[in-house]
Design a protein around this ligand. Structure first.
Ligand code: ASP
Ligand code: MG
Length: 416
């Protein structure tokens, strides 16, 4: 069997959903399909979650659900699908009104997950309407996780047997099995999510569990390019990539696939194709153990970076004691360290973090450290760098921090 993953952009409009259904109709083999929320739905639900005024939150929620129902109707959805959409809508209202908002991350997951539940309901109803033998599967019954809401960890053993069982059972009677990306559930049935853009990872988990022949991520770009084409219009396609190279690129922030995607499929040597749902004839990029031979310079830009400089208040040297204290707090506040350097009396880190969590950290650490911060920065990583690429990237930027190691070059620059 193979596994397909369709992201939000691929199902953002009625026409795009028809395009996805067309791809599935042309499919000869049995396939498990993982789908994200429609278009920018997840962002829209986040807005509702962070809305302070309950009434406004519910109004926005109803409007979002109405949009989903309209799309379903435009696609000719049957009564069943509309009943499910109504149900998700009233569950969502219930969550907004009654869920304990003090459990911030848990509350978030209960509502945000509705995006994927609604999108898959709509797509499956269209597939069935087209006469394709399709089955909707509830990811919450297959993906078991711990209770780390918003970035849950998969409990592999339970997940593996649940996925194998569900796929075995339903693939004997159906050709297309559709499930939600991004979402999972704790043992006691509370919904969790795997982190933003986590649907690629969901597809990789399924691929691993069912020993898929291959996995395809369908994108609005032609494959993995040497840089984000929106920033670098001259970026070119990389037809072959090794798992190792793909892991490195996604780790540094390449948005083409979620960083956790590669490891499970590498473990079982499952080839991963990254292809365009627009240019369906193009072969895109294949990521496997062979990979390419010589790579061109590949650029990854990560926005919203902070540079923090910690100096000890008592003028003591920055030593293991300070560092272990800082790293414990980074972990606690989910602050991700991307680059670091220590000098005798200071420790400099480039991090990705949520503003609020960063503030908590700074407040807590301010007893022991003087802390300087720069925000609105970019972290630019170049794999297989050469001097001309670096010179080009530095143009018009102020370089605050720079490092080379092996074939990797990194710099933190002002974002302009
Ligand atoms: N819908 C979720 C998000 O936008 C998951 C995903 O798209 O992969 O983050
Ligand atoms: Mg999405």
């Amino acid at each position: 069997m193979k596994v397909y993953k369709f992201g939000g952009a691929s199902v953002s409009t009625v026409d795009n959903i028809l395009n996805v259904c067309g791809i599935l109709k042309a499919e000869k083999e049995k396939v498990v399909v993982v789908i994200s929320a429609l278009g920018k739905t997840t962002n829209a639900i986040e807005e509702i979650i962070f809305e302070k005024e309950l009434e406004i939150a519910v109004e926005k929620w109803d409007a979002l659900c109405k949009k989903h129902k309209e799309m379903a109707t435009a696609l000719g959805a049957d009564e069943h699908a509309l009943v499910f959409l109504e149900e998700y809508q009233s569950e969502g209202r219930e969550i907004i009104y009654n869920y304990n908002r003090n459990n911030g991350d848990e509350f978030y997951d209960q509502l945000i997950s509705k995006g994927e539940l609604m999108s898959t309901t709509i797509v499956v109803s269209k597939l069935i309407e087209m006469g394709l033998s399709s089955k909707w599967l509830d990811a919450r019954k297959m993906f078991r996780s711990d209770e780390r809401f918003r970035s849950a960890n998969i409990q592999w053993r339970e997940t593996e047997s649940a996925i194998q069982e569900a796929v075995r059972r339903h693939s004997s009677t159906h050709n297309i099995l559709v499930t939600q990306g991004f979402i999972a559930s704790t043992r006691d049935g509370r919904t969790t999510t795997l982190g933003r853009e986590g649907s690629d990872y969901s597809a990789a988990i399924i691929s691993y569990c069912i020993d898929a022949d291959n996995m395809t991520v369908w994108k609005d770009v032609d494959g993995v390019l040497t840089g984000d084409p929106r920033r670098f219009p001259n970026a070119t396609l990389i037809p072959q990539l090794s798992y190792r190279e793909a892991i490195e690129m996604t780790y540094y922030g390449a948005q083409v696939i979620h960083p956790k995607t590669i490891q499970p499929i590498q473990r079982k040597e499952i080839p991963l194709h990254v292809r365009s749902f627009v240019h369906k004839e193009a072969t895109g990029t294949t990521i496997d153990s062979k990979g390419g031979q010589l790579y061109p310079p590949m650029i990854v830009v990560a926005d919203h970076q902070y540079l923090l400089e910690f100096s000890s208040k008592d003028f003591s040297f920055i030593a293991e004691r300070h560092l272990s204290m800082l790293f414990r707090k980074f972990n606690h506040y989910r602050i991700r360290v991307n680059m670091m350097r220590n000098t005798a009396i200071s420790f400099i880190v480039c991090v990705t973090a949520e503003r609020e969590r960063l503030n908590y950290l700074k407040e807590e650490m301010s007893y022991d450290f003087d802390i300087k911060e720069r925000e609105h920065l970019q972290l630019i990583t170049v794999r297989h760098y050469n001097q001309s690429t670096i010179a080009f990237l530095k143009q018009g930027k102020e370089v605050l921090f720079e490092e080379k190691h092996g074939i990797t070059y990194q710099m933190v620059v002002t974002d302009q």
